[in-house]
Design a protein around this ligand. Structure first.
Ligand code: AMP
Length: 396
């Protein structure tokens, strides 16, 4: 069954119910402001297209954070409503709740075009994929659009159960389509050499991705805290670097399975005696007893850059070090610059932290695709499908 795109939908005079992923990071202190608006910005073309196509009302659903089925003003979509109104130059009405009677009234106000329903995760039925909640939401729209790629790996009422009420009236939004097209081109005959760059903190979170990558790619460059379990598994000392016994075991299995020698590990590091301490180069593979590895070193940057230079396809997930601290961001920034300098590569970056790192490097424009989905992009690569996308195709 083919996914139907919103580009082919007749929306004239229709009320369109749309699931977006407006789960943006907010400042920790009041007033809560959006610190990275990428996810909203990437959804705007879909909103504009629906307006151009003559939709009479656009009713938007999203989650924000993890309020766990309880109303919690900390996770209100108010800043998102404000941002959308400013960006689109039009009124955006935020409902008090996604399911109160007031929503129906809003739908009858002739002057209100854009309605944002309050955080759908304030309602317990959302994460339980509850049919009754899906039915209530479905009553607001004539057609359903899912543009929330970042939430498509979840079976929730507004991403999964809801499709049952929109058979042949359900469409993928522009961002959803773009995400699927870009990630599918990694899976479907990618140009070689294909290099995966996997960093971040935990092997256990990404083991399935690495296993899948071992079949698909020519080279896997490992960086960040992800590297230490691998180095320890190979007998190197890693000082006080982040590493769990569980991850060392997983790394041992991956190394044993890697008969082609695709997995590449750092040759040197930037270390410190604490997370806030001064950075110091550590020229060898082993890290002294009282030091913490916090970034890849210059020899590793050069070693990895050589693979990046000649790659035709790159998938990157996870930073090369504690990049949020400027003292330990050079490895991650250098990798971003190296990818950006290769103008022949099809490059995809996925995952919250790596996306933030690419934005920080100022090179985002040079990437072929910056995915809005962290967990969703990894799961899509592992399985070639996601529950939310499958439901959108099949209407289940
Ligand atoms: P992940 O969500 O698994 O991609 O992990 C991203 C986080 O890992 C970021 O917050 C990084 O700062 C952190 N990280 C990466 N390398 C290191 C390291 N060597 N030591 C401590 N944290 C790290």
């Amino acid at each position: 069954m083919q996914l139907k795109s919103i580009q082919d939908a007749d929306l004239k005079g229709k009320r369109v119910l749309v699931r977006f992923d407006f789960n943006v990071p907010l400042s920790k202190t009041e007033p809560r402001t959006i610190t990275d608006s990428s996810r909203i910005d990437q959804a705007i073309p879909t909103i504009k297209l629906m307006l151009e196509k003559g939709a009479s009302k656009i009713i938007m659903i999203s989650h924000l954070g993890r309020p766990d089925g309880q109303v919690n003003t900390k996770y209100s979509l108010e800043p998102v409503a404000q941002y959308l109104a400013d960006k689109l130059g039009t009124d955006v009405v935020l409902s008090e709740s996604a399911i109160d009677n007031g929503v129906k009234n809003l739908l009858h106000l002739p002057e209100t075009k854009l309605v944002l329903l309050e955080n759908i995760r304030f309602i317990a039925g959302e994460e339980k994929n509850e049919l009754a909640l899906a039915e209530k939401l479905a009553s607001y729209g004539d057609v359903y659009v899912n543009d929330a790629f970042g939430a498509a790996h979840r079976k929730h009422a507004s991403t999964h159960a809801i499709n049952a009420f929109f058979k042949n009236r359900a469409y993928a939004g522009l961002l959803m389509k773009k995400e699927i097209d870009s990630l599918s081109s990694l899976l479907d005959k990618p140009a070689k050499p294909f290099v995966a760059i996997i960093g971040g903190a935990k092997v256990s979170d990404k083991i399935k991705t690495i296993e899948k990558m071992m079949v698909m790619v020519d080279t896997i460059l490992i960086g960040g805290a992800m590297a230490y379990p691998f180095l320890k598994a190979k007998g190197a000392s890693i000082g006080k670097s982040l590493c769990s016994d569980e991850d060392v075991n997983l790394a041992k299995h991956l190394l044993a399975a890697d008969r082609g020698g695709k997995i590449k590990l750092p040759k040197d590091h930037i270390v410190s005696d604490s997370l806030e301490g001064a950075p110091a180069p550590c020229p060898g593979v082993s890290i002294p007893e009282h030091q913490i590895g916090l970034d890849i070193g210059s020899a590793t940057i050069a070693y990895y850059s050589d693979y990046i230079k000649t790659a035709k396809t790159i998938f990157w997930n996870g930073p090369m070090g504690l990049f949020e601290n400027k003292n330990f961001s050079k490895g991650t920034m250098s990798i971003a610059h190296a990818i950006a300098a290769n103008d022949k590569v099809f490059s995809v970056v996925g995952g919250g932290d790596s996306v933030a790192a690419v934005q920080q490097s100022g090179e985002a424009e040079k990437f072929s695709h910056v995915s809005t989905g962290g967990g969703a992009s990894l799961e899509y690569i592992e399985r070639g499908e996601l529950p939310g996308i499958q439901a959108l195709k099949l209407g289940v």
